[in-house]
Design a protein around this ligand. Structure first.
Ligand code: SF4
Length: 917
């Protein structure tokens, strides 16, 4: 290690004397401890990282580097781990440049500078530790160092000395002891019914924007229009509904925050603002700074509400910690980083809160998920951490907040499953990203009986039966609640016996082999057989078949399974009745904590019996009947890269708008459904508006919603160009790849490549990655890089000249203002996938016009990503000459659209973007 003395405290900074490594696709740069830079081939780099004789370099994101070098893993000083230790619960873009910027260092301009930046960043981070005052940091670092964490000795050298007693008790990892407890509060009274007049909404918006803001008449009109959703309801089941399209740049978030916040204050109620993704939740919460500039007040008034599966479960963490310490596992070092995060986190949210996405990638998403309550095994008041629990804090805070920022999946699950953790369902909603609303409804209101789902339920009931799983079954969770009750004990025993009808560990292999199987597994084997017998075509990502007519034996096996599931449901109901008895005991009511625990247990049992098992049983029995008009049943064999992952029977609503309207919209008093793309640009505006009502489920309300359409203030005709390339055969992947590379080079990066199939994306990536690297352009790719979509988008946003390849999730999740996104290239017309479900919906929603509408909306959504600010310019290219002219209304009127050969498209794009630069 090199020894540097820094700062007034004269702490010793010992930067490890090891090389630094930055990996590209063609070459790898290696900086020796003496400061020499070598360019290595990937083969030479792999040899130097040999697990036995190799070296341990400093890298940034070891998993991504390993994927790029095509090695399983290697020993490394990962700077991101050091960053996570030194600055827990803080974010940096996970690249050498991102690290340098976060640390206030000079950002590197090329790979050689990036190598040097890694070493510099290591020193800077270790120097920061000289200012760390808390004793917990040292206690945590000692445990990590003992577990073999490469940074351990350097971190310990930089930190002050500790109290020796702390390490003995593993006090560093006992992070729950340092958390505050929540305080119980009386439930809030029901909200009032005062309306929000349009002019008051305008005034509130003006106040939010401040005196010096430029006048934005469209935004004020929008705020006035959506204020109608906050009027009192006139009839039961007839909410005040507003369907509002606001083009990009209108500023719809503050536009709806204005009336929503007024209504919430005036009526002492909560408005739930729901959006599509967890990252968008964070963005909306960020905009609420204008409403509540004081962070203390904001914490009281605004809550980002998420499902419990997003939060760290302290009990799971404690159990993982004990297991890791008992085995002296290297996982201990990872838990040490999590302990640092627990000390610093504002919310305990592991998914899109202040837990960096790249840290989950380094530790492994599976390990992080295992620390959350993903399987509903919470033991509530029986948990020693109940009063410090992050989930409980989130649920309780939401009850008293004025604005709750939620996501569509949670709102739908809450409606489908009856309230979940929330004591009452909201009465006022704003659904942002309304074009995704019915996707969430589809997922929440569908029924899926599959091997994995069955295995999950079995684990919830029986707990871990084999292996090292820490799963807690019913006996462990509620056994003590019924041990003194003969009937309850008998019901628990019967439940545990009946649960054996469900698939067990290893079901997958047995179902594939298909002989002499027990319970659900024999049925699943027949489902798999039917899919393989009937599916048309093959795919490494799964195949499907209709449920009817069934193959021989399928209906009978389904009936036998239905009987087994009914027996299990009956046992669960008996168990639930036993647990209800003390709740209804007027003479000896349970303590509040015990009451909560009993209520949660009853809720969990009844939900499984009356919803999950009843729905499965109904689905199985219906397979013998003719299909109903409202739903579609279909069978699936899921695969990932040719590996089978699940076998399922599915039932989806043909129109998920129906259950959404019934379970969410009608019970509400008011709702806004809004988006930049509700209508698809169809020539007939009335038709387009009716399609928008259908696509959001609002056509099922007793009274039509009020409509508002506010045009974007951007001059798209001046700011964008659209090219349809006419000379590239759509199935010639070599030419497609060359076109991507040519266009991305012409734009000098800042390009997003969108694909309709993962296989095509990978094939293009393989061909163009070295070429773009040679031209100095960083290429990122979903489904290729060992990073999540959110991390890739963060890097793409930060590295102005990078390129990103992705599929639907990237198309829907990218919000990149400025030059970082200046070119979008679509490989094909984004038609909907012609699967069984789509066929039923196409018949319901207008045949070919429905396909056109979906493709136009997808083009419109993707195109809308190009211009996020008034000074953005961008080029949109489709490499599919078969794009029909009737889809061109997806683009705003007046935008120049040209059908040209590739060479002209590339030259025109370069010229247009160059003029803008
Ligand atoms: S109360 Fe439940 S979710 Fe919270 S820490 Fe305990 S077991 Fe985990």
């Amino acid at each position: 290690m090199s020894d540097v003395t820094v700062g007034a405290k004269a702490a010793r900074v010992l930067v490890p004397r090891v090389p630094a490594l930055v990996a590209g696709f063609r070459e790898v740069l290696w900086l020796s401890p003496e400061g020499e830079i070598e360019a290595l081939s990937p083969d030479e780099a792999r040899a130097r990282l040999d697990p036995v004789h190799g070296e341990t370099p400093i890298v940034c994101h070891a998993r991504a580097v390993a994927r790029r070098l095509d090695v399983a893993g290697f020993a490394a000083f990962d700077l991101l781990e050091l960053f996570a230790f030194v600055r827990p619960a803080q974010f940096c873009v996970p690249t050498p440049r991102g690290l340098a910027e976060a640390l206030g260092l000079v950002p590197p301009k090329d790979m050689a500078e990036a190598c040097v930046a890694l070493a510099t960043a290591a020193r800077a981070l270790l120097q920061e530790l000289a200012n760390e005052t808390g004793a917990d940091a040292r206690a945590i670092a000692e445990i990590a160092a003992k577990a073999g964490w490469p940074w351990g000795p350097a971190v310990l050298a930089a930190l002050p000395a500790s109290d020796p007693g702390m390490q003995r008790r593993n006090v560093g990892l006992r992070a729950w002891e340092r958390l505050e407890e929540w305080q119980e509060r009386a439930p809030p009274p029901p909200p009032g019914n005062d309306p929000v007049p349009a002019d008051e909404a305008r005034r509130r918006l003006a106040a939010l924007l401040g005196e010096n803001a430029e006048p934005r008449p469209q935004q004020a009109d929008y705020a006035a229009a959506v204020a109608g959703a906050f009027a009192p309801r006139q009839r039961p089941e007839e909410p005040q509904a507003v369907l509002a399209e606001a083009g990009t740049g209108v500023g719809k978030t503050l536009g709806y925050i204005a009336p929503a916040s007024l209504w919430a204050e005036r009526n002492q109620g909560s408005v739930w603002i729901s959006t599509y993704t967890r990252n968008l939740q964070s963005q909306i919460a960020g905009e609420l700074d204008r409403l509540y500039p004081d962070p203390v007040q904001k914490r009281r008034r605004v809550v980002i509400r998420k499902g419990r599966e997003n939060f760290l479960c302290l009990l799971n963490y404690e159990e993982a910690m004990r297991a890791a310490l008992g085995r002296a596992s290297p996982g201990t070092a990872q838990l040490a980083l999590i302990a640092r995060w627990i000390d610093a986190t504002a919310s305990g949210d592991l998914v899109a809160g202040d837990f960096p996405g790249w840290l989950a990638e380094l530790i492994g998403r599976g390990r992080i998920n295992a620390l959350a309550d993903r399987r509903g095994e919470c033991i509530h008041a029986a948990c020693p951490h109940f009063r410090r629990c992050f989930v409980e804090k989130n649920v309780r805070a939401a009850r008293h907040a004025r604005l709750v920022v939620a996501n569509h999946a949670l709102v739908m699950a809450q409606a489908a499953l009856g309230g979940l953790d929330d004591a009452s369902v909201p009465t006022r909603y704003v659904f942002d990203e309304g074009h995704h609303l019915l996707e969430a409804a589809d997922a929440a209101f569908s029924v899926r009986l599959s091997g994995q789902e069955g295995r999950e339920l079995r684990r919830w009931l029986l707990g871990a039966e084999t292996g090292r799983s820490r799963a807690r079954g019913l006996q462990r969770r509620i056994g003590d609640l019924v041990e003194a009750d003969e009937e309850g004990s008998a019901a628990l025993l019967e439940t545990l016996v009946a649960a054996r009808v469900l698939p067990a560990d290893g079901w997958h292999q047995r179902v594939a082999e298909g002989h002499g199987l027990p319970g659900a597994e024999s049925f699943l084997a027949l489902v798999r057989q039917q899919v393989l017998a009937r599916s048309q075509g093959d795919s490494p990502y799964g195949v499907e078949a209709e449920g009817r007519p069934p193959i021989d034996g399928l209906v009978e096996a389904g009936m036998r399974l239905a009987v087994g599931l009914d027996r299990l449901a009956a046992a669960l109901r008996r168990l639930s009745r036993s647990l209800r008895r003390p709740l209804e005991d007027a003479e000896n009511p349970p303590e509040p904590g015990m009451r909560q625990r009993l209520e949660a247990a009853v809720r969990g049992l009844e939900r499984r019996a009356d919803m999950q098992l009843a729905a499965w049983s109904g689905l199985l029995r219906d397979l013998a009947e003719p299909p109903g008009p409202d739903t579609v049943e279909w069978l699936a064999l899921d695969r990932i890269d040719n590996t089978e992952t699940d076998v399922a029977v599915n039932r989806n609503w043909v129109d998920p708008g129906k259950p959404f309207a019934l379970a969410v919209a009608q019970p509400a008093h008011g709702l806004v459904v809004t988006s930049a793309t509700l209508t698809d640009g169809e020539a007939d505006a009335a038709l387009a508006w009716r399609a928008a009502e259908a696509a959001t489920g609002l056509r099922h309300l007793p009274r039509s919603p009020d409509g508002a359409r506010i045009a974007s203030p951007f001059d798209y005709a001046a700011q964008t160009r659209v090219f349809i390339v006419t000379d590239i055969p759509r199935d010639d992947i070599g030419q497609i790849a060359a076109a991507f590379a040519g266009l991305m080079s012409a734009a000098q990066g800042g390009a997003l490549g969108l694909f309709t199939a993962i296989a095509r994306l990978r094939a293009v990536h393989e061909r163009i990655a070295p070429m773009l690297e040679e031209r100095g352009l960083l290429l990122l790719a979903q489904h290729v890089d060992a990073m999540s979509t959110a991390t890739l988008v963060d890097i793409f946003r930060a590295e102005e000249d990078s390129c990103l390849l992705g599929t639907d999730a990237v198309r829907d999740g990218v919000d990149v203002p400025g030059r970082s996104l200046r070119l979008i290239v679509f490989d094909r017309v984004p038609w909907p996938r012609p699967d069984i479900l789509h066929r039923a919906r196409k018949a319901e929603f207008g045949g070919g016009a429905y396909d056109d509408r979906i493709a136009r909306l997808r083009l419109r959504q993707a195109y809308g990503r190009l211009v996020r600010r008034a000074d953005d310019r961008g080029v949109f290219v489709i490499l599919d000459r078969a794009l029909p002219s009737r889809l061109l209304s997806a683009f705003p009127a007046g935008v120049p659209i040209s059908r040209v050969p590739l060479i002209e498209a590339a030259a025109a794009a370069a010229g247009f973007l160059h003029d803008a630069a």
